[in-house]
Design a protein around this ligand. Structure first.
Ligand code: SF4
Length: 213
């Protein structure tokens, strides 16, 4: 099974097709391999246009600019050492906006549909560890650590989890207002299934669904 999502990164998706003026793929700094590449490209990943793609009737300049941003983001993701983990979490665990793990939000909707995955929309800071600097945590992880250390302060729990205090509070508040239904672990798709579905969605005409095998 390959760990690269883009053996042919030049045309990963219809919405991220590179143009001659697209931002150049950032050189992957192997000396700092292990960190998220997007952290070094806030001008691409934090551009509001990347989170809210222009509609069909939008001005040509907006659509051109979006294509440039998407191409630059895709090049960054394909060179990122975290891309497989990042994609898996963005598909299976968190519904966030923007370009994540080499996919657009719309592509992830289609990937989830194919896999039968349902996730609740969340705000972007759940993936802050992937895109910002601190460690990513999910709802179940916060609850597990809380249950294992019921007497610890939330500040200590945040330290244990490697996330912010506000993230811990938000997950615990969410659990109080909307208790989680038990979720069987085995309904989650495997990484291989996510990769295959991603390639089938982002490279539908290239036999991408066979490349993860
Ligand atoms: S969005 Fe994910 S895969 Fe893309 S550069 Fe950031 S951490 Fe890496």
């Amino acid at each position: 099974m390959t760990t690269s999502l883009a053996p042919r990164p030049a045309s990963p998706s219809p919405v991220a097709r590179p143009s001659s003026t697209a931002p150049a793929a950032p050189p992957v700094d192997r000396a700092s391999a292990g960190g998220p590449v997007c952290v070094r490209l806030p001008q691409v990943f934090h551009d509001p246009l990347l989170e809210e793609p222009p509609v069909a009737g939008a001005p040509v300049e907006d659509r051109r600019r979006y294509a440039e941003l998407a191409a630059g983001a895709n090049a960054a993701c394909q060179g990122c050492p975290l891309v497989v983990d990042c994609l898996y979490r963005a598909v299976v665990e968190h519904d966030v906006a923007g370009y994540v793990g080499g996919t657009t939000a719309r592509q992830r909707v289609e990937i989830r549909r194919r896999l039968g995955v349902v996730v609740s929309p969340e705000d972007f800071d759940t993936l802050a560890g992937v895109l910002g600097g601190s460690r990513p945590v999910d709802h179940d992880e916060v609850l597990r650590v809380r249950a294992a250390h019921p007497d610890e302060t939330l500040e200590v729990l945040a330290l244990r989890l490697g996330c912010s205090l506000s993230t811990v509070k938000r997950h615990l508040r969410r659990e109080r207002t909307s208790p989680s239904a038990p979720r069987p672990v085995d309904v989650r798709p495997s990484r291989r299934q996510v990769l295959e579905a991603t390639l089938a969605v982002t490279q539908p005409s290239s036999g991408g669904h066979r490349r993860a095998a």
